[in-house]
Write a protein that binds this ligand. Structure first.
Ligand code: PBG
Length: 350
């Protein structure tokens, strides 16, 4: 070790930030001390790499028939089924908290084998959209979840043929019809959550044919067949009567296939790509971020919310801190937008 280097090591003033040499380590004076920048709250704030803001959040809401209804979902404390009048009140509160976007799910009066209330002009979500547009003007971005499962009497995501098979193409056409009626009723963004092949393309085409060229599509591009949706299916009353969704939703084991889904959605005209669920799929979010220039959304789903709430209620974790950390992690992985049942709680903290 020459004199110059010895002096540098002893005075602990690194000139280069290269790797330490063996003799430097042995001298016991690391020149690289990352803790230096963690020593005060101001320094930590200056080097903070990931920030959360209200504009990153989309709050999911469940609208149901009736009047004056505000019914808490048992497995999702703090989340309610709301009739349109109560939904409007809720959205005013959401706006006051600084949240700019909500996504609407409908619980129809009646279900049938054509999902009529999903695409009918006076469907539950269409009614809610009209009311929100009328009462709140353009202040809140209204996202409509476009799927049929909650509207089908059998609870599957599309049209079932005589052999019990989910028919892709007629389902995609019905989804497009649903999307057009939602956009006509006032939806600002269409969010298809079904995972039929080609549905982004057909929805884009039908929107455009109907003059709805400025309505973006937020595709649930990688939606995994997940047990984390359990509480949602209680909230939206959308549990399939039999079987599961594995013929269309992704296998949780598959990472490359998720990229392929996203690539096709981009080709077909998606404007935003979503990954769902979020916490067990952070690698997928990071992959999307790396591979596509489009905005990326992640859905921190019902089961993820309920687990945190349940553990917090038991006093096993600090719910608020875990909420912040989980959301930050999703954002750090690469999500621009986060759909989360915590949106109101987060907004209060931000
Ligand atoms: C389907 C849909 C589901 C969710 C959003 N849209 C459930 C499903 O595929 O069964 C789940 C969201 C959540 O769990 O919070 N319409």
């Amino acid at each position: 070790m020459n004199l110059f280097r010895l002096e540098r090591v002893l005075s602990n003033q690194a000139i280069f930030s290269g790797p330490l040499k063996r003799d430097e380590m042995e001298s016991g004076f690391p020149s690289r001390r990352l803790r230096r920048l963690r020593m005060s709250p101001m320094l930590r704030e200056m080097i903070c790499e990931t920030r959360l803001s209200c504009s990153n959040l989309i709050y999911p809401l469940f609208v149901c028939p009736g009047n004056g209804i505000r019914h808490e979902v048992p497995s999702m404390p703090g989340i309610f089924n709301l009739s349109v009048d109560k939904l409007v009140e809720e959205c005013r509160e959401v706006l006051d908290l600084g949240i700019q976007a909500v996504i609407l799910f409908g619980i129809p009066e009646k279900k049938d084998d054509q999902a009529s209330e999903a695409w009918s002009e006076d469907g539950i979500v269409q009614g809610a959209l009209l009311a929100l547009k009328e009462k709140l003007g353009g202040q809140l971005v209204l996202v409509a979840d476009t799927c049929l499962c909650g509207y089908m009497d059998h609870g599957h995501c599309g049209i079932i043929d005589s052999r019990g098979k989910l028919e892709n193409d007629p389902t995609a056409e019905l989804l497009a019809r649903t999307a057009v009626s939602q956009a006509r009723a006032g939806a600002d963004i269409i969010a298809p959550s079904d995972m039929m092949d080609g549905r982004i393309g057909i929805i884009r085409r039908r929107l455009d044919e109907n003059g709805l060229i400025d309505i973006p599509i937020m595709s649930y591009a990688a939606k995994f067949s997940s047990a984390f949706y359990g509480p949602f299916r209680e909230a939206a009353q959308s549990k399939p009567k039999s079987g599961d969704r594995r013929t269309h939703q992704l296998d949780p084991a598959n990472r490359r296939e998720a990229l392929e889904e996203a690539r096709l959605d981009v080709e077909e005209g998606a404007d935003i790509l979503m990954v769902k669920p979020a916490m067990a799929y952070l690698d997928i979010i990071a992959d999307f971020r790396k591979n596509f220039a489009l905005p990326i959304a992640a859905y921190h789903v019902s089961g993820e919310y309920s687990m945190i709430q349940a553990a917090a209620a038991k006093g096993w974790i600090d719910g608020e801190s875990v909420m912040m950390e989980a959301t930050l992690g999703i954002r750090r992985a690469g999500a621009d937008l986060i759909l989360t049942y915590f949106a109101k709680d987060l907004a209060r903290r931000l």
